[in-house]
Design a protein around this ligand. Structure first.
Ligand code: ADP
Ligand code: MG
Length: 601
């Protein structure tokens, strides 16, 4: 039999290797940003088109490359960063594999312009699918610009595999944030489809965090600072009362590189011991510095995991340091040398006592107390339809005497009365037995259908605010809100102004209170960012769900008889009364038969 093994042609081998480095546009962004940092840039611009699918361009003012180096940089295993395997144990740069540019050039159209400071002229290089198309001498400024166009143009399967622009943008922004947070001393700019998303000046850690997550973050940060022989820890944790239901802002940087570590995360969470509500995750931005030869960074291109020599000691130090800082901020003002006076807490706020974290359920909040809503409920209560009434009328009494009929009428009216159990459930006798309703889930269903209707048919009523409310958000959050502006307007929001840092709201849906605006928008952002359905992404649905979740009557709310009745009627006028918008049961009936069965043995 003849030999059957063949060597793969170079271009195929390159494409396969490229697939390991470049999974999506965000991987390219990460590699290019890291190269710019390694080149000593103090200012880095990232320009994107169509979530990076059409263009990813990184422009830096770093050391640039000579003509020969420019050409070499696209060869596999070409790197200026290590010379021997030993260098691997003392890395201070991000790159070292010399694979990124070669991989990117194998699967995209790449245009490089670069110039060293000492040179008069620079080099322009065009490469498509690993093939050099042209190399020219050009006049350009000091540093390097790399434009990566039409990613995966020659691997349609990979291109088709990319997710929606919203999701790919989210991945890019995650990478960008990690790099920008790791290097507050470098200026960063991010433009997407010609919109400015971030404009981050060279600054310190605190200001960089605020530049990315918005001015309201300033209030939340507790500084951390500790130096020992084996580690130095700097950065911030967010106060426990700002912990989030979803893991969001959790960042570890080790020697200026973002890493994930569930072990160290555990140390942080442990330091919050007893201060967090269940299922809440603390936010943190922790910058660890350790001797480079005491860590082993997994050299797989896409991994961000790391192994420490003295893991246990680090765990203990991190936990103790954070615990100490949390304790301190509760009793005494903490010295924070990184602090910028302009970002300081307003005086009036400083005088306020620090509140201990508590569950933020407002038991007195009751949407039915609002007059508008009372009207809504009465108008919408249609006695003749809705399965509620059906529940009462589907069983005929077996013997119908005059007395029985009288009695029956009386029991029906009385049976409609509900009782509230543990400020959580409504129990009502119905003709076939009893029905048990979860007040919070039932109300979620009611609000969800109401919001969905008003958002999609844009019939919502809006109430003018006496004074427009200005709310600060991060620029990325503002971009997100801007993309769903028209849906929010359908729901009853009226916006006056969008700036880079804030949104001014002039009108709100009649069904919400002024004091709830921030909460409802923040929850919405959270839901949009983290619950993006992979396919058919519907803002309407996410929005209606988010509003319903935020505004529903919570467990613990005391409901008057009338309110209970309204809720029951509203629930059974819903299109799908059986489940909450998140798929949980809203009520359960127990028939007399089932009740009998309980007592039959
Ligand atoms: P690595 O970063 O692992 O060395 P890359 O493929 O990312 O591998 O880059 C190859 C080489 O090209 C780098 O070692 C560096 O010398 C050079 N290079 C890449 N990007 C830049 C840049 N923005 N400025 C200057 N030199 C660069
Ligand atoms: Mg690199």
């Amino acid at each position: 039999m003849s030999d059957i093994i063949q060597l793969l042609p170079d271009h195929v081998a390159n494409q396969i290797a490229a697939g390991e480095v470049v999974q999506r546009p965000a991987s390219v962004v990460k590699e290019l940003l890291e190269n710019a940092i390694d080149a000593g840039a103090t200012s880095i611009k990232l320009l994107l088109k169509d979530a990076g699918k059409t263009l990813i361009q990184v422009i830096d003012n770093g050391i640039g490359m000579s003509g020969t180096d420019a050409r070499l940089s696209f060869e596999r295993h070409a790197t200026s960063k290590i010379k021997s395997a030993e260098d691997l144990f003392n890395l201070s740069t991000k790159g070292f594999r010399g694979e990124a540019l070669a991989s990117i050039a194998a699967i995209a159209h790449v245009e490089l312009k670069t110039k060293q400071e000492s040179e008069e002229l620079g080099t322009q290089l065009k490469i498509e699918g690993s093939k050099v198309i042209s190399q020219e001498v050009v006049s350009t400024s000091k540093g390097t610009s790399i434009a990566v166009k039409n990613l995966f143009y020659n691997i349609p399967a990979r291109r088709n595999f990319l997710k929606s622009d919203t999701i790919e943008t989210r991945h890019i922004i995650d990478e960008f944030q990690r790099v920008a947070l790791a290097h507050p001393n470098i200026a960063f700019l991010l433009h997407h489809n010609n919109n400015e998303v971030y404009h981050l000046k060279e600054s310190n850690c605190r200001k960089r965090i605020i530049g990315i997550f918005g001015a309201k973050m300033n209030e939340k940060l507790v500084p951390i600072d500790e130096k020992t022989d084996i580690i130095s820890i700097e950065g911030f944790v967010a106060k426990p009362e700002f912990a989030k239901k979803k893991r969001g802002e959790q960042f570890f940087f080790v020697n200026d590189r973002f890493i994930k570590s569930s072990y160290l995360n555990h140390a942080v969470v442990n330091a919050f011991d007893g201060l967090l509500d269940t299922n809440h995750h603390p936010s943190y931005f922790l910058y660890l510095t350790v001797p480079p030869n005491t860590i082993d960074i997994n050299i797989h291109p896409t991994k961000t995991e790391i192994k420490f020599d003295n893991e246990k000691a680090l765990y203990a130090i991190i936990r103790a340091t954070i615990k100490h800082s949390l304790g301190q901020y509760n009793v005494a003002p903490v010295l924070d040398f990184n602090r910028d006076a302009t970002l300081d807490t307003p005086y009036s706020f400083k005088q306020q006592k620090v509140t201990t974290p508590k569950i933020t359920v407002d038991p007195s909040y009751n949407p039915f107390k609002n007059d508008d809503k009372e009207v809504y409920h009465q108008q919408n209560y249609k006695k003749d339809i809705g399965s509620w009434d059906v529940l009462y009328s589907n069983i005929e009494p077996e013997v119908k005497t005059e007395q029985a009929e009288l009695f029956e009428n009386k029991t029906i009216t009385e049976a409609k009365k509900t009782i509230q159990i543990q400020h959580k459930y409504l129990l009502s006798a119905i003709k076939s037995g009893v029905v048990l309703i979860n007040q919070s889930l039932a109300h979620q269903r009611v609000l969800y259908e109401r919001f969905l209707k008003s958002i999609t048919v844009s019939e919502a009523n809006s109430q003018q605010l006496l004074f427009p409310v200005k709310i600060s958000f991060s620029s990325q959050e503002i971009e997100t809100i801007y993309t769903i502006k028209s849906e929010l307007e359908n729901a009853g929001f009226v916006f006056e102004e969008f700036t880079k840092e804030s949104i001014t709201v002039r009108g709100i849906p009649t069904s919400i209170l002024e004091s709830q605006i921030t909460q409802i928008l923040e929850q919405l952002l959270n839901d949009i960012n983290l619950d993006i359905p992979e396919a058919s992404f519907s803002h309407f649905d996410v929005m209606a769900k988010s509003f319903a979740k935020t505004l529903c009557i919570k467990t613990g709310a005391v409901l008057s008889e009338k309110e209970q009745e309204n809720l029951v009627n509203d629930l059974f006028s819903c299109k799908e009364p059986n489940t909450s918008p998140f798929g949980k049961n809203t009520f359960k009936t127990l028939t007399i038969k089932e009740i009998d069965a309980i007592f039959s043995h």
